[in-house]
Write a protein that binds this ligand. Structure first.
Ligand code: CA
Length: 743
């Protein structure tokens, strides 16, 4: 628990504290005599002036010095026309300023920058306004998300940023609210709940604003929800329209013809009891000329189609790109990437609009690299399929049929009766990390993942609201028991940066990274592609060749996407650095040795910047000997089952070691002593560790402890094996967790 997360009250008017460090900001109430350096109105009024006329026209024009919408423009190309930092000058790039967020969980936000002011978000949906030239904090808004709600965040307590519009900034909060803030002061103008209170919805995505409507979706399909997006009036917060992505119980009638059409594609199950899924948790795009809003929809809830819709069917509008009339909220067309999805293959991934020449015709296209591993080019005027090819190794389908636009499934990926190893895994060939399109090279750049997963049906599945409701047995994908298999498992974790030609549907170049879950992307007219990496470095690559031109240590893995802007004629590149997200909490994969998990930071670079990051002192910790405990094989078995039913989604299948949430392999003897108080009685609820009294009694908690101890012993044996010398890179990473000392 970080000090800044404990600040009471909803608003910190740090504009009052101009010039204070963030250390002072941690406890602003402690010094009532703190001088007010300048009148707050002047700064707040200046920000108000700068943001007052942000509207759709300005987002379309997209002045080079600003970054006005999360994808920079409605087409979401994430390409900056600035070129002062370029192939020739990038070697002089240096840190201009940094700002410590005082958090150690995932930071995924893309900042909005307008006339020298930067708006961004951190963990638990906190919003910050900074001077984009100096890093000075102007204000902070904390929506006071109840920490207990963190249990519903499948993929960490992250937020991907704000939207700005007519003097306000808008944020969706983890507990399902949409809040409008005064851009000058951070004071809330309105705050509405966008979710029913009895379902485990979360918001992590950035809102989009078009035609005075704030559009917001949500997540939660792993827990059991029904997906939708809602449009709210930007001025008043009044709800204008809602588009559900999957049908409810047909007996209740349908909200629209779209839902009636969709219901015919769900067969035999009671999907509405679990929720159906199809959540719109991240990507959107907008074409003002066509007046179409594009949304990407998520996986089914539960994942497992043999439970969700046992009679078959495509299950519309899961895993789809849906084009929606921006005024009415009605569907114009849809294209489903994974009909009848059963592998968590969401299509919420970044969508890019561009006009490109294909077969001698200028086509208005929408492009996406969804989780299922195929890169799609679709006609965005009518949803017509143009082409799709695999951008990562794919085993669930052989190809996408060019005539029908439907994938041809591989029966070897069907896991209803037996465990099947499938690529990509549920984290996808590409997750939420933004891509970029460079109009100069004509290439789309993809922060790609190559991960496999062992799927098996959970035959004991029943819907429990507090639980992970996927219908998939996570035990099947726990790291294998033998040293050799474990080694093979580690070697299979891959991530890379790909340059993809959307016309030829092929990879042009690839940079293989040290490990998986690398950051989102920015391309610039300077011929560069910027990316932060999972090995704790921020880098610039040549957009045409992939050559590494510059990199700088950041000590913490970066997952967010950079932005670029200019102030007083000087170009800046900024990125939010903080390791976390789905891979870090749930994959069980070890993190890179150089990703030492310093606290989160906003990092801003310019040519000849001469600021330096404090170099952390790092020690590497081996897995400690666990306390002695006597347990029988039956207790271990029960513990393994319960661990994967309740714990693995945060603490990693097989007791993983990846990340930002405590690795139970490293649990101290003191922690073991108060095990039941934590697991059953909720001793750490305020730290985001829920109590599991709804599912576990004292004995059940001890079963889990037995399993954790057994896995810890197994890990120690693995790390002491002779393979340690043979494969030092793999085993050093898995066996020694980097720890910043003195923090
Ligand atoms: Ca999912």
């Amino acid at each position: 628990m970080k000090a800044i997360e404990l600040i009471p009250g909803v608003l910190l008017l740090l504009a009052l504290l101009a010039g204070c460090t963030e250390q002072a900001a941690e406890d602003p109430g402690s010094d009532p005599a703190m001088p007010q350096a300048e009148a707050p109105e002047s700064r707040a009024a200046a920000i108000q002036r700068a943001t007052a006329d942000i509207d759709g026209a300005r987002i379309v024009v997209a002045e080079a010095e600003n970054w006005l919408s999360t994808g920079r423009t409605y087409d979401e190309q994430r390409h900056s026309p600035l070129d002062q930092i370029n192939r020739e000058t990038v070697s002089d790039l240096g840190l201009a300023w940094y700002w410590d967020t005082d958090t150690r969980r995932g930071l995924e936000a893309t900042p909005i920058v307008v006339d020298g002011v930067m708006f961004t978000t951190g963990t638990w949906s906190v919003v910050w306004a900074h001077d984009a030239k100096t890093g000075e904090l102007l204000w902070e808004y904390d929506p006071q998300v109840p920490r207990a709600w963190g249990r519903y965040a499948c993929c960490d307590v992250v937020n991907r940023g704000v939207a700005a519009w007519k003097g306000r900034v808008y944020v969706g909060t983890l507990d399902g609210r949409l809040v409008a803030l005064d851009a000058g002061t951070g004071e809330p103008a309105w705050d509405v709940s966008t979710i029913p209170p009895d379902r485990a919805y979360t918001i992590t995505g950035a809102p989009r604003i078009l035609k005075d409507k704030v559009i917001i979706g949500n997540g939660g399909a792993e827990y059991g929800v029904r997906g939708y997006i809602t449009a709210y009036d930007a001025a008043s917060g009044e709800r204008l329209w809602r588009f559900y992505t999957v049908p409810g119980n047909p007996e209740d009638g349908f909200e629209s013809e779209d839902m009636e059409l969709a219901a015919a594609t769900w067969q035999g199950g009671k999907w509405w009891e679990v929720g159906g899924g199809g959540t719109v948790w991240d990507s959107m795009a907008f074409d003002p000329e066509l007046n179409l809003l594009y949304i990407g929809t998520g996986n089914g809830s539960p994942w497992n189609r043999y439970i969700r819709s046992p009679g078959g069917g495509d299950n519309l509008y899961l895993s789809s790109i849906v084009a929606i009339d921006a005024d009415t909220g009605r569907r114009a067309w849809h294209y489903q990437t994974t009909p009848g999805d059963t592998w968590d293959y969401t299509a919420v991934q970044h969508m890019i609009l561009a006009d490109i020449e294909i077969d001698g015709r200028l086509r208005k296209v929408i492009m996406q690299a969804p989780k299922n591993g195929f890169f799609y080019v679709i006609d965005r005027t009518n949803g017509e399929f143009i082409s799709a090819e695999a951008y990562v190794p794919v085993t669930w389908a052989t190809h996408v049929d060019p005539e029908t636009g439907r994938p041809v499934e591989n029966p070897e990926a069907h896991y209803a009766n037996e465990k099947k190893r499938v690529r990509p895994g549920p984290l996808g060939g590409h997750n939420w990390h933004p891509m970029t399109y460079h109009p100069g090279t004509g290439l789309v750049y993809i922060p790609a993942l190559d991960l496999r997963f062992d799927f098996a049906q959970d035959n004991a599945f029943r819907y429990v609201p507090e639980n992970w409701n996927t219908g998939v047995d996570l035990m099947a994908t726990a790291p294998p028991p033998t040293v050799e298999e474990n080694l093979d498992n580690l070697a299979a974790i891959k991530g890379f940066l790909a340059a993809w030609d959307p016309v030829g549907q092929q990879e042009v170049w690839r940079v293989q990274h040290a490990t998986a879950w690398n950051g989102g992307l920015l391309s610039t007219a300077g011929g560069l592609v910027f990316q932060g990496r999972a090995d704790g470095r921020f880098a610039a690559y040549a957009a045409d060749t992939g050559e590494l031109l510059w990199e700088s240590p950041t000590y913490v893995g970066i997952i967010a996407a950079p932005v670029s802007y200019s102030i007083d004629g000087e170009q800046y590149v900024s990125v939010v650095a903080g390791w976390g997200g789905a891979y870090a909490v749930a994959s069980g994969a070890p993190r890179h040795r150089d990703n030492v998990l310093t606290e989160g930071r906003i990092l801003t670079y310019r040519l000849n910047g001469d600021e330096t990051l404090p170099q952390p002192e790092v020690t590497y910790l081996a897995v400690p000997t666990p306390p002695a405990m006597d347990y029988a094989p039956e207790q271990l078995e029960r513990g393994e089952e319960a661990f994967h039913a309740y714990c693995a989604v945060c603490h990693g299948p097989g007791v993983g070691t990846s990340g930002t949430i405590t690795s139970l392999l490293y649990a101290s003897h003191a922690t073991h002593e108060i095990w039941n108080a934590i697991v059953v009685d909720g001793a750490y609820t305020e730290m985001g560790m829920p109590d599991f009294s709804h599912a576990l009694d004292a004995e059940g908690a001890q079963d889990i402890r037995a399993y954790v101890i057994e896995r810890t012993k197994g890990m120690i044996a693995f790390c002491e094996s002779s393979y340690r010398e043979e494969y030092p890179e793999l085993l050093d990473t898995a066996c020694e967790i980097p720890q910043v000392t003195g923090s």
